[in-house]
Design a protein around this ligand. Structure first.
Ligand SMILES: C[S@@+](CC[C@H](N)C(=O)[O-])C[C@H]1O[C@@H](n2cnc3c(N)ncnc32)[C@H](O)[C@@H]1O
Ligand code: SF4
Length: 343
């Protein structure tokens, strides 16, 4: 080897050292996520938002409902429902962005096309998109056994809302259609969930009408995999304020009353409490146009639709608090295959 190729000029050596130092600096200081937010520091000093992954999404595809719960925070402000193929396209975009769990909600999700629209989406999400978890939250009043026969295989979890085991209280809340028994129906659906191997869950909103109730006996009998207990929440433009379709102020309870309710039911091991603080920003909510709804200001501010701008851009306006999502136990065993249930 010729000596001149090994000896490097002092200028080249200096350039090499500067470049190495620069590389070292950028690998240490760039791409470091700030602990306080989800941003990355760019070379020009500006912050770039790191994309939130929509791991678990709640798609309220309809706002229409056959019940009149006085505290409802997702009201019938429109009657719009996306065409099936557009809804599927949106779900595929979410899957490509990292969605693992979809929850269909409303309004009442079993109302549109007598549950067939919902069934087709459930089947699509499990069979075509292969999502680990597909769930529904419903008031239960429109569900029929033939729905389970057709679509039960594709559904992991069915949550039925029940705020009281006293029919009069349900009537007072508005959690009823005519004189039909919400509670009898709840027990019937519990049986179908067992027969068709769907994990059964209960949601309860604690409010002024049920705050003193003791639900232990019924909950133990129904034996859900999870009992979500929410503190009644106010959302401006939905159940509070001038433009709202509901006035839920008279349903609101204090934090201490909520704590009392939780203590009374502390023996129920499947109980998962959700105070107002935990609930407000810890859900990724999509409305009927597939727009994320940002609840940080106490109302539901919509983003652009994921169908128009994609998930990555729309999700920047979702107001989603991922830390709170994890803190409230948002990520749990959510595939029925992993639940080791005795059907
Ligand atoms: C908006 S509902 C839609 C699904 C279905 N209609 C039902 O009632 O289950 C979704 C869930 O939100 C709960 N919810 C409604 N209004 C609420 C409020 N003001 N505070 C807390 N949870 C509420 C319901 O009880 C239900 O479990
Ligand atoms: S909370 Fe009641 S009124 Fe609201 S969507 Fe559900 S069943 Fe309907």
């Amino acid at each position: 080897m010729h000596f001149s190729s090994v000896i490097v000029s002092p200028i080249l050596l200096l350039q090499f050292c500067i470049r190495t130092l620069c590389n070292l600096w950028s690998s240490v200081f760039l791409n470091v996520r700030r602990p306080s937010d989800d941003s990355t520091i760019l070379p020009d000093g500006k912050a770039e938002q790191t994309a939130t992954v929509p791991t678990s999404v709640n798609y309220h595809f309809t706002r229409k409902c056959n019940y009149k719960c006085g505290f409802c925070f997702h009201t019938a402000k429109t009657s719009f429902v996306l065409p099936l193929e557009e809804a599927k396209r949106g779900l595929e975009l979410l899957k490509d962005a990292g969605m693992e769990k979809i929850n269909f909600s409303g309004g009442e999700p079993f109302l549109h096309e007598k549950g067939d629209f919902l069934g087709k989406l459930v089947q699509f999400c499990k069979q075509d998109l292969q999502l680990p978890s597909v769930s529904i939250v419903s008031n239960g009043s429109m569900i029929q056994e033939r729905w389970f026969q057709k679509y039960g295989d594709y559904l992991d979890i069915l949550a039925i809302s029940c705020d009281s085991f006293n029919e009069d209280t349900n009537q007072l809340i508005g959690r009823a259609q005519g004189k039909k028994s919400h509670i009898e129906n709840l027990y019937k659906i519990r049986g179908w969930c067992a027969r068709y191997k769907v994990a059964f869950k209960i949601n309860t909103v604690v409010n002024t009408f049920n705050v003193d109730e003791d639900m232990q006996e019924n909950i133990n009998k129904l034996d859900p995999v999870r009992w979500k207990v929410f503190q009644c929440l106010l959302i401006d433009g939905e159940n509070a304020g001038e433009e709202a379709l509901r006035e839920a102020e008279r349903f609101v309870i204090r934090d201490l009353q909520f704590q009392d309710f939780l203590e009374r039911h502390s023996s129920v091991t499947c109980l998962v409490p959700e105070s107002n603080e935990k609930m407000r920003n810890s859900y990724l909510i999509l409305d009927e146009y597939m727009r994320f709804l940002d609840c940080r200001e106490g109302r539901k501010d919509p983003s652009k639709s994921i169908l128009d701008v994609g998930v990555r851009e729309a999700i920047l306006f979702s107001g989603f608090d991922e830390k709170m999502f994890l803190r409230r136990g948002g990520k749990y065993v959510w595939s029925k295959a992993d639940m080791k249930l005795e059907w």
